[in-house]
Design a protein around this ligand. Structure first.
Ligand SMILES: Cc1cc2nc3c(=O)[nH]c(=O)nc-3n(C[C@H](O)[C@H](O)[C@H](O)COP(=O)(O)OP(=O)(O)OC[C@H]3O[C@@H](n4cnc5c(N)ncnc54)[C@H](O)[C@@H]3O)c2cc1C
Length: 466
């Protein structure tokens, strides 16, 4: 007899961005959704111990923003009432790469800059306002509970912190692991007699350092996002500065292959000064710091191929960074999690059998991850220090993408096409469309010409709040 996925209780492990988005979509299909989060969670924007990366610059790509807006239709309106900056991702992006600024172009693709804790708080409030979703904080999940042969996950064992380490069990029809890169599902699977999923790991040895500064709300530079990305292999450094809520700037800088941004005052400023243009240095050398300099190391991009497993227990899924954690400089993690959650929503709407749910979901999740993975890893292989499985055709694609980057200094069509791909709104193959290809090949020849960057004042006139 076909056993369909039960619709009573779903449990989500981890209450960060992937966990919240997953709870949102599960609320469409289950009577009760419970999020279990190890940290204490307060009713305010915060960076918790279990997600130290949220203290660094986070950009939400256009592809992710669209999904967030779908599941939280009032989000834009609320952001508009706060002091969040909205802008066209082409017009308001001040992006220096491959020896010049990309040509500003109207894309109709809007983005907003805010701190990661602020965005997560907005999402969390909306998810917890749903009548069938609850969050239990201070709950560390210790183990999966299964049917006697280990074939079906039936719940979890958890430790409620602050209650003398008391262990409690919670039953569920479906458990979704959203505990991030450090997910223990591979270990739990082995304990249950399954294989761990095969992994792909591409070592990048990235070192970030980030800091908050006070921002004058009248400073026109606060109407832009500024990014620096390197022309590898000669350059290895990246940086970004975003205007965020509460009159602040957030800046993150770093480098590939061990060229890490120092965490001391003088080293941090010197790193900003070493970038090919002084936009960031000019801001932070005069602005008042509002935080310490915080460092974060990211050794590798790591992907777990659950889609390749021959045996997997029923009633268990894995989503978000626990499936794939990318080199963060490409800003893909939240969008990948949102796309995976949307796939889960669409799959559950088809009421699959319990046996088919995990293989079908992991197949869909792998399809979602394939593109950002190939983009991130492919780009990383422009650096001689990167090691790991290199996708076929990477060198050819990288040579072409370098031309795309140079052509985007001059050519608005190429610039817009690139932004669509980078925002995960168009497939990378769209850069080979004849209408783009001939411009790239022509633009590449004029790459040495002066960049067409417009002074900030003129761009400000096009920036706006929704
Ligand atoms: C430096 C840096 C910069 C980044 N910049 C960007 C960016 O610009 N744009 C972007 O889209 N993405 C970015 N990312 C990636 C992004 O942060 C993640 O993709 C996103 O947070 C989704 O992660 P997640 O929810 O899957 O996991 P996480 O954010 O790691 O959350 C896991 C959660 O699970 C909880 N947990 C762990 N173990 C247990 C347990 N046993 N029981 C209960 N709870 C548990 C943790 O406390 C935590 O809350 C960046 C990442 C890094 C490291």
């Amino acid at each position: 007899m076909k056993q369909t996925v039960g619709s009573e209780q779903a449990i989500v492990l981890g209450g960060s961005m992937a966990g919240l988005l997953t709870a949102r979509v599960l609320s469409n299909h289950f009577a009760q959704v419970t999020i279990l989060e190890r940290d204490a969670v307060h009713d305010r924007p915060e960076s918790r111990k279990g997600q130290p990366h949220t203290r660094h610059l986070h950009g939400l790509l256009g592809g992710g923003f669209q999904i967030f807006n779908h599941y939280f239709p009032d989000l834009v309106e609320t952001l508009a009432q706060s002091d969040i900056f909205f802008g066209d991702m082409g017009e308001n992006m001040n992006w220096y790469t491959h020896g010049g600024y990309r040509r500003p172009v109207h894309t109709g693709l809007y983005g907003a800059t805010m701190s990661r804790p602020f965005l997560e708080y907005q999402v969390r409030q909306r998810v917890l306002a749903l009548p069938n979703v609850t969050l239990w904080d201070n709950c560390a999940v210790k183990q999966l509970l299964t049917s006697p042969g280990g074939q079906q996950v039936r719940g979890v064992l958890l430790e409620k912190r602050g209650e003398d380490g008391a262990n409690t069990s919670l039953d569920a029809d479906l458990v979704v692991d959203c505990t991030g890169r450090g997910s223990r599902t591979p270990q739990w699977l082995k304990e249950l007699g399954y294989e761990a999923p095969p992994e792909s790991e591409v070592k990048v040895d990235i070192g970030y350092a980030s800091r908050l500064y006070r921002r004058d709300p009248h400073d026109p530079r606060g109407q832009q996002w500024t990014l620096f990305t390197p022309d590898a292999p000669g350059e290895t450094r990246f940086a970004g500065i975003f205007p965020i809520e509460d009159g602040r700037w957030i800046i993150s800088m770093g480098g590939w292959g061990g060229d890490h941004c120092p965490g001391d005052e003088a080293g941090f400023l010197a790193f900003a000064r070493s970038l090919p243009a002084l936009d960031i240095y000019n801001i932070i050398s005069k602005a008042e710091p509002l935080s310490d300099i915080i460092a974060h190391k990211m050794p590798s991009s790591l992907r777990r191929h659950y889609e390749k497993m021959a045996r997997f227990p029923q009633g268990l899924l894995v989503l978000g960074d626990a499936v794939s954690s990318f080199n963060p400089t490409y800003g893909q993690g939240m969008t990948s999690a949102a796309m995976q959650a949307r796939e889960l929503d669409q799959l559950l709407a088809k009421r699959p059998s319990l046996q088919k749910l995990a293989p079908a979901f992991f197949k869909r999740a792998a399809k979602v991850v394939d593109i950002p993975w190939q983009m991130a890893v492919g780009e990383d292989f422009r650096f001689a220090t990167t090691t790991g499985p290199k996708p076929p055709g990477t060198d050819f694609i990288n040579r072409y993408v370098a031309k795309v980057n140079r052509a985007s200094h001059h050519d608005a069509v190429v610039s817009a096409a690139f932004l669509q791909v980078m925002n995960l709104l168009a497939p990378p193959t769209s850069l080979f469309h004849p209408g783009v290809l001939w411009r790239v090949l022509r633009g590449g020849k004029t790459a040495a010409a002066a960049p067409t960057y417009q002074p900030v004042q003129s761009i400000t006139q096009t920036g706006h709040h929704v």
